[in-house]
Design a protein around this ligand. Structure first.
Ligand SMILES: *[C@@H]1O[C@H](CO)[C@@H](O)[C@H](O)[C@H]1NC(C)=O
Length: 348
């Protein structure tokens, strides 16, 4: 082996004429480099790369928040219906989430939080003429007994109240909300569902042919979940259900990333935060998060630094975006275009 390897190197010591073995080696190296390059590209869906450029204000000229808030059946129900809606979308948050996270703070909803990913999903939906309904789980996470009955009733009440019964109904849930939606779909007639960063409760249900088309939006860095999603994808496909998946990959932070994604966080603060993350070793030399936003000592780092956030609540917004960039487990709006394309391809 070694003797073989020595051959090309000997020709380098020659007078400069490129011999065939050298050319060959160079060719092989170029090929290997190309393969590595393309493999890397293949891992990154064009969506993530392209859409990170999307700013929090992208929808400003298209649609504004104007939600209605109601307390019903012991929980918060918040919705907005655009002019001439063409579909209905129920969105279920993850553990510790609330309906108020999906809507910007406004006179109509003074307690609303407007987390960056949640609000962009709603804006995207409204811009595509989906009527959006959000409901808070009663406990920290969704439960799977009586709560699904209550939610089903709320959706039906709301659809009747606004005479939306002719429209196709969709559901999107993240994490615990993804499990919840996967189960609600055995009980309610959805045109299609999106199960985000969750494998769904398919081990606990009987899937029939009437189960709706199902899109998994997930972060393959969560390897054990990826395996469970793979298994459920195969199972659903075998049952004749229309299924698809979107893989969400990590991406690097840039100095203006947080300002682009979070309303009210200005560029100067965003750049200072980026420097802080670098100083603290939260990001590597290419800007990638080294760990999940929940695993780093973000609060302490912020306290030590002299950075003044315009609003202390923005801590949660920042953490969400760091989780998103790390791409292990977070609500994501970056794939909204593909998600709503999928919904619109399943309107019947
Ligand atoms: C939900 O609230 C409505 C109106 O207050 C009521 O009629 C209905 O019975 C409640 N449903 C449940 C499951 O509690």
């Amino acid at each position: 082996m070694f003797r073989h390897g020595n051959k090309p190197s000997r020709s380098w010591s020659g007078t400069g004429g490129f011999r065939v073995p050298v050319l060959f080696t160079v060719l092989i190296l170029v090929l290997v480099a190309l393969i590595l390059l393309f493999r890397h590209d293949g891992d990154k869906p064009s969506s993530s790369v392209g859409s990170v450029k999307q700013k929090w204000s992208s929808f400003e000229s298209l649609v504004q928040f104007n939600p209605t808030v109601e307390f019903r059946n012991g929980t918060d129900v918040i919705w907005q219906i655009p002019d001439s809606p063409k579909a209905v979308l129920f969105v279920a948050h993850g553990c510790s989430g609330r309906a108020i996270n999906f809507w910007d703070k406004s006179p109509k909803c003074p307690n609303c939080v407007g987390l960056p990913e949640e609000r962009l999903i709603v804006l995207h939906a409204l811009a595509r003429k989906f009527a959006v309904l959000t409901i808070s789980s009663v406990g920290k996470c969704w439960s799977f007994g009586e709560e699904s009955m209550i939610v089903k009733e709320i959706i039906k009440w709301w659809v009747d109240k606004y005479k939306l019964e002719k429209l196709p109904v969709f559901a999107l849930g993240a994490s615990s909300g993804g499990h919840f939606v996967s189960m609600l779909a055995t009980d309610m007639s959805f045109s299609s569902i999106t199960v985000m960063i969750a494998e769904g409760l398919f081990d606990h249900m009987d899937i029939t042919r009437g189960y709706p088309p199902t899109l998994f939006v997930h972060m393959p860095k969560d390897e054990s979940r990826r395996q469970r999603i793979d298994a459920n994808l195969r199972m659903l496909k075998d049952e004749g259900i229309d299924v698809a998946e979107i893989k969400c990959m990590e991406f690097p932070l840039s100095p203006n990333f947080l300002a682009d994604r979070i309303p009210g966080l200005h560029n100067t603060v965003s750049m200072k935060l980026f420097d802080l993350f670098w100083d603290k070793g939260f990001i590597d030399k290419n800007g990638y998060m080294k760990a999940d936003g929940r695993a780093i000592h973000l609060k302490a780092a912020l306290r030590e630094s002299k950075i003044v956030l315009p609003d202390m609540h923005l801590f949660h917004h920042i953490q969400e975006e760091l989780n998103l960039a790390f791409a292990y487990h977070e609500m994501t709006s970056l794939q909204s275009k593909q998600i709503f394309d999928w919904f619109e391809a399943h309107m019947s």
